[in-house]
Design a protein around this ligand. Structure first.
Ligand code: HEM
Length: 407
């Protein structure tokens, strides 16, 4: 794909003045006023700050997510594939199906629900480790270790016969491999890393996968399939970890903040007068932990915009703002309010739509529901410490740095 020329860039900047003035900082901190301005004036806008189009209205967002033929993920600028190899996250069409299909059945709702007790046990262990009559920063002390432990255990990296210390060691190895892979993926985008920088981490992950295969369980079943080669197993396990760790940590941290900040929500949660699923969905709508997803145009496409046609060229980056679409007032009335009773609460795009819809959405929702439930049950006097908590931040992944609570 050739970059657009200077005159074309100037022309786009002139046609999309609101987008042209936006900085990456405005898309990282309190981004909602910026997204609202864009949605109102330029719902599909050219943003030099991201070098692509940003889509903030719900209808266009869904249209793009459901159209992998014209809006693909299969592009070398999508750096994950260059680090972990081809996987479901970086392919489309038949190849995507071939990567994704073997993993689908284990992530369906029914097998995930069977994991309820295991998640509850882990959440309880973490909470009972807190000092009584004390406090903690719950993103790092609760949401993050829960996220790693749940996915490690769900995929069979934990062998039930081993000690808690051995499980914690596996979690640390997975986390360390994961962090190197993420840093390398991010560094490729900014020119500060090479795909090979993650070779050691991919090898370590491969060793943990081989060990999990030997233990039997879900990984052994996957490895047994004719359509799952060892490379395919590793790359897709890497993207599953990639999908599960950071996002679940953010999702749980955001949900804890939303609930604790709203006294009525805490009371209703405790008395069972609001469905947990509604609370979790509303939190996902208001602050999706993955705020944007990227696509690349494979054809010339023209959308209708409020100020005339919006011409997208072959190869253009099209960033879909899930955070923006989730506050589109044409779908969600009074969109900036946390309101678990709202109509269409489950229609948010936090897990995307279309062929790449989040594989782990049932597990993620179950995990956050249990995390909230255990916290409010075990710590009856819990309160958010506003002065020592921070709002969510991040352009791609969004989470608060600190969710401090006392009890
Ligand atoms: C157990 C936890 C999770 C697992 C195992 C998981 C796994 C995955 C995988 C493997 C994909 C790629 C699917 C494909 O390309 O076909 C995916 C996509 C996605 N996931 Fe998750 N995920 C989890 C949690 C979350 C959470 C908490 C969020 C956000 C709140 C999230 C948001 C997304 C989004 C937006 C996509 C679409 C990516 C795209 O279209 O480019 N995921 N997830």
């Amino acid at each position: 794909m050739k970059p657009i020329g200077a005159s074309e860039a100037a022309d786009r900047n002139a046609r999309f003045p609101v987008g042209a003035a936006i900085t990456i900082d405005q898309l990282t901190g309190d981004l909602h006023p910026t997204l609202k301005r864009l949605r109102t004036t330029e719902p599909i806008s050219w943003l030099p700050a991201i070098g692509g189009w940003l889509v903030t209205d719900y209808r266009t967002a869904v249209e793009i997510l459901r159209d992998p033929v014209r809006f693909t993920v299969d592009d070398e600028r999508f750096t994950t594939g260059r680090v972990v190899g081809p996987s479901m996250l970086s392919t489309d069409g038949d190849e995507h199906q071939a990567h994704r299909r073997p993993f689908e059945s284990m992530f369906r709702r029914a097998p995930v629900v069977e994991f309820t007790d295991a998640i509850r046990r882990t959440a309880r262990q973490l909470v009972t480790g807190f000092e009584p009559d004390g406090g903690a920063e719950l993103r790092t002390a609760y949401a993050a270790p829960l996220a790693t432990s749940v996915i490690a255990s769900f995929l069979g990296f934990h062998d039930g016969s081993r000690s808690a210390a051995a499980e914690a060691e596996v979690d640390q190895r997975l986390l360390s491999a994961y962090r190197t892979i993420v840093d390398t993926v991010v560094g490729l985008g900014t020119g500060t890393s090479q795909p090979g920088d993650a070779a050691g981490a991919m090898a370590d992950l491969g060793e943990l996968v081989d060990r999990a295969v030997r233990h039997g369980g879900p990984m052994a079943e996957l490895a047994d399939r004719d359509d799952v080669s060892s490379d395919r197993l590793r790359s897709n396990i890497a993207v599953i970890l990639f999908g599960a760790i950071e996002t679940c940590e953010g999702m749980t941290a955001n949900a804890i903040t939303h609930v604790l900040a709203d006294g009525a929500a805490v009371r209703r949660f405790r008395t069972g007068t609001v469905k947990v699923d509604r609370v979790v969905n509303e939190s996902l709508r208001l602050e999706p932990a993955a705020a944007v997803v990227d696509r690349y145009a494979t054809a010339e496409i023209e959308f209708a915009g409020p100020a005339g046609p919006v011409p997208i060229a072959v190869g253009d980056l099209v960033e879909v703002s899930l955070a923006g679409a989730n506050r589109d007032p044409s779908v969600f009335v009074d969109p900036d309010r946390f309101d678990p009773d709202r109509a269409k609460v489950g229609q948010h795009l936090a897990f995307a739509r279309g062929p790449h819809v989040c594989l782990g959405l049932h597990l993620a929702k179950l995990q956050t529901s249990i995390a909230l439930d255990v916290l409010l049950e075990e710590l009856p006097t819990i309160q958010l410490d506003d002065a020592r908590s921070t709002p969510p931040r991040g352009h791609i992944f969004r989470k608060p740095e600190r969710v401090t609570a006392r009890w």
